[in-house]
Write a protein that binds this ligand. Structure first.
Ligand code: ACM
Length: 555
């Protein structure tokens, strides 16, 4: 198979040479200064799959006459930003088996992902399946760099917990698709998933629920067993370190002031105690937009500062310059009824509940800025006035992102109409728990993160894009895989490659390359949706979804 023409995401330029190459038991690995930590990652993936030891050859191997070597080195002059790389497997040019050069170590790492794809699908296994086979490489020189600096996947581990091993596996899958942001949705009404030492009840009480709605919230079905789990602080440190090794940034999300019932169940004083009996609340067991929101009190602000102090400690600035504080779907009914909230609005001279929410967001914007971090929130944070340094995840469409970018704010485009991977990917009745819009692989491939009406100055504020996987109806890793793949492959190409306008994109060619990519996903053990539809065990017959095309998704 001419693997170089099956690359996903598609590289910027490829020069083909009639000089195939190969890796052998004699192949050595040479790491020039700055690339040393990448050797273990290359041996852990390509080395494990091929069974080749790839012993260290020393330095960059220049001039030692050994042509049977992989060389990793930096070339800061490579154009295209820190993740730019050049990969050559053309022996006539380089006199090596493979030369991977990056503008920075991140660029070398991205180039290593391309090298793995060039070796064929078996290079995605964890151990060799055939002894003594040849590992051929097509002779190519590839020059590549990403279109966007923010290429993300958001994983909701609150609605359904994903054990730590699954998160590490997802970081590997993200890396294999050249994505570089992992948005970690850690808290919601249905669960609090991060250990906070000073508030142990957040996980003692908030990390589990006694039962779970099975299907969309309109479904009459319940799963009557407890569900839960959380990451200890060491688990979080491990996840962050694992991401950092793979040049993936982590954006932790602590959602406030809505989506907070798990926290209120743990610490009832965080809720609107003058409106409802918050002590009677438990971690929410069903889905939807929840009226039980945080009280806008000093106590709440101090409490969340305490949470964020530990979060900043666990997610250091180099891996997590952005901290997500949610801000989405905060119903205002309790604040309307609450004397405490109304007094606060009066004291502060605010114009109502939206401005009260904005005041809370601004508080944390100031607090995070003072600690060298940047706040990012869902697009509702625009309502009532956006805090000056804040960035926006534009999820309800393009509109908020356009307004924010035009006002000079940075934006991550993730409109639910295109890149919400919880939405069903085909119209058939056999799609498991069909939710929201039908968004096919082709729809995702034709997603354009920068709307054409943005002028160049505003367009420069689009940091990039991310796909979001909300897990209300994804009860385990296999269901997450089904929703995320294969669409994440199309998304990865949209985020990395410079593609024509949506209508002009060559989806047929993408599908042709997907034939090879499905084999890579098979080797990786990904439970993707097959092109012909769900396998019998991937279906969820009888579980109610919300399969109304054109209706608001109303998860
Ligand atoms: C969201 O989907 N509520 C951000």
């Amino acid at each position: 198979m001419d693997t170089d023409s099956h690359l996903i995401p598609a590289p910027r330029t490829t020069h083909q040479a009639d000089a195939p190459n190969r890796l052998t038991p004699a192949t050595t690995l040479h790491t020039a200064p700055g690339t040393e930590p990448l050797a273990a990652l290359l041996r852990g993936t390509i080395g494990a799959a091929t069974g080749l030891a790839l012993p260290e050859g020393g330095g960059d191997g220049e001039g030692d006459g050994n042509t049977d070597r992989i060389v990793l080195r930096l070339d800061p002059d490579l154009p295209g930003g820190p993740e730019a790389y050049r990969l050559s497997t053309d022996r006539t040019l380089q006199n090596v088996a493979a030369l991977v050069e990056g503008a920075t170590p991140a660029g070398v790492f991205r180039g290593m992902q391309t090298l793995r794809q060039l070796l064929g699908p078996e290079a995605f296994r964890r151990a060799p399946v055939a002894a003594g086979r040849d590992w051929t490489l097509p002779g190519v020189t590839i020059e590549d760099s990403p279109r966007f600096g923010w290429r993300g996947l958001m994983l909701d581990v609150a609605r359904h917990f994903m054990p730590k091993d699954g998160v590490l596996r997802y970081l590997d899958l993200i890396a294999a698709h050249k994505l570089n942001v992992f948005h970690f949705h850690l808290t919601d009404d249905q669960g609090w998933r991060i250990e906070i030492k000073r508030y142990p009840r957040l996980t003692e009480v908030g990390a589990w629920r006694s039962r779970t709605k099975w299907g969309h919230r309109a479904s009459p079905l319940w799963d009557e067993k407890p569900h839960g789990g959380y990451y200890t602080q060491d688990d979080i440190r491990e996840i962050v370190a694992y991401a950092a090794e793979r040049h993936i940034r982590v954006v932790p999300e602590i959602d406030l002031p809505g989506h907070s019932q798990a926290a209120i169940a743990a610490y009832p004083e965080l809720g609107n105690t003058d409106v409802i009996d918050t002590a009677s609340l438990s971690v929410w067991d069903t889905w939807g937009v929840n009226p039980n929101v945080l009280a806008p009190t000093d106590n709440t602000l101090r409490f969340y500062e305490g949470v964020l102090e530990e979060v900043l400690d666990l997610f250091p600035e180099d891996v997590s310059p952005f901290i997500h504080i949610g801000g989405d779907e905060c119903p205002k009914e309790q604040w309307q009824k609450s004397d405490v909230a109304q007094d606060r609005i009066r004291e502060l001279g605010l114009g109502g509940e939206n401005e009260l929410q904005s005041w809370i967001i601004r508080h944390f914007d100031t607090w995070l800025s003072a600690r060298g971090r940047r706040l990012i929130g869902w697009d509702e944070i625009l309502e009532g006035g956006l805090a000056p340094g804040a960035a926006v995840s534009s999820w309800r469409g393009y509109g908020a992102g356009i307004a924010a970018a035009e006002a000079g704010h940075d934006v991550v485009m993730c409109p639910e109409q295109y890149v919400y991977l919880d939405h069903r990917q085909a119209p058939g009745a056999d799609e498991p728990v069909p939710i929201g819009f039908v968004r096919t692989l082709e729809d995702v491939y034709r997603f354009e993160p920068v709307p054409p009406q943005l002028g160049p100055e505003a367009a420069a504020h689009v940091l990039g894009t991310q796909a979001n996987a909300w897990t209300e109806v994804m009860e385990n890793q296999s269901r997450v895989d089904y929703q995320v793949f294969p669409r994440l492959a199309a998304f990865a190409e949209v985020a990395w490659s410079t593609l024509p306008a949506p209508a002009a994109r060559d989806f047929a060619d993408f599908e042709r390359r997907m034939a090879a990519h499905y084999k890579r996903l098979d080797a990786l053990g990904v439970d993707y949706r097959p092109p012909a539809g769900p396998l019998p065990w991937q279906q969820r017959p009888g579980v109610v979804g919300r399969p109304i095309e054109g209706a608001p998704p109303n998860r």
